[in-house]
Design a protein around this ligand. Structure first.
Ligand code: SAM
Length: 209
């Protein structure tokens, strides 16, 4: 399989044509080898236009959704980013191309371990994987410039709002298991402004929320 060719096609047909414009985001998608983050038996479908199962009833999101969420964070390079829901580690690897430090939290031990081993093997030195409940955030490393939640919740976990810097951006799918809206929350002078981006489907966020 020519994965580089498949990756270029994925970027052209699924990401650029759907109006993802940030050149840095596009370059990150060209660089990160998505096929390394999916189960071996699904490797030939790694660049398809859909989410894939990664075990434990969890998923790696569709490439376009990963790109849209990444672009909405508007990363410039120096940010410290918290991701809730490591899953395969793919989103964290994309973020790591675009900011200075990524902290990512996963509640399922086998997924956290697998992602940690893979990200180390791929030499991602600016990603720290933590095992635990991401709804309480990571107070010892807070505040964060950006926070991304990759699982669906009915309400924004208060700890994440507290741990977001003033001027920061928090992105999360809000809603129940049937209907969710990808939502951007911006903190300005300790006020929160929310904007709906699009409908989406994510696995549930399980924890204190
Ligand atoms: N970002 C992932 C990737 O790139 O593969 C996809 C994430 S998957 C859609 C959602 C993940 O959130 C699952 O792995 C799930 O176990 C995790 N999760 C759910 N609730 C969580 C919580 N409270 N804390 C941390 N992880 C959680």
């Amino acid at each position: 399989m020519d994965y580089e060719k498949l990756r270029k096609r994925m970027v052209k047909e699924q990401i650029v044509t759907r109006e993802i414009k940030d050149k840095r985001v596009i370059d990150a998608f060209l660089k990160v080898e998505r096929h390394r983050f999916v189960p071996q038996d699904l490797i030939n479908t790694a660049y398809g236009d859909f989410p894939l199962p990664i075990g434990e009833g969890q998923t790696i999101s569709q490439p376009y959704i990963v790109a849209l969420m990444t672009e909405e964070l508007r990363l410039e390079g120096g940010e410290r980013v918290l991701e809730i829901g490591t899953g395969s580690g793919y989103q964290a690897a994309i973020l790591a191309q675009l900011c200075s430090q990524v902290y990512t939290i996963e509640r399922i031990t086998s997924l956290a371990k697998r992602a940690q081993i893979l990200l180390k093997e791929l030499n991602y030195n600016n990603i720290i994987v933590k095992l635990g409940d991401g709804t309480v955030g990571l107070s010892e490393e807070a505040p964060f410039d950006r926070i991304m939640v990759t699982a669906a919740t009915q309400r924004t976990p208060p700890a994440l709002i507290e741990q977001l810097k003033d001027g920061g951006r928090l992105l999360l799918p809000l809603g129940n298991s049937f209907s969710q809206v990808l939502t951007l929350v911006e903190k300005q002078a300790n006020h929160l402004n929310s904007r709906s981006i699009c409908n989406c489907v994510f696995v549930p966020l399980i924890g204190k929320c």
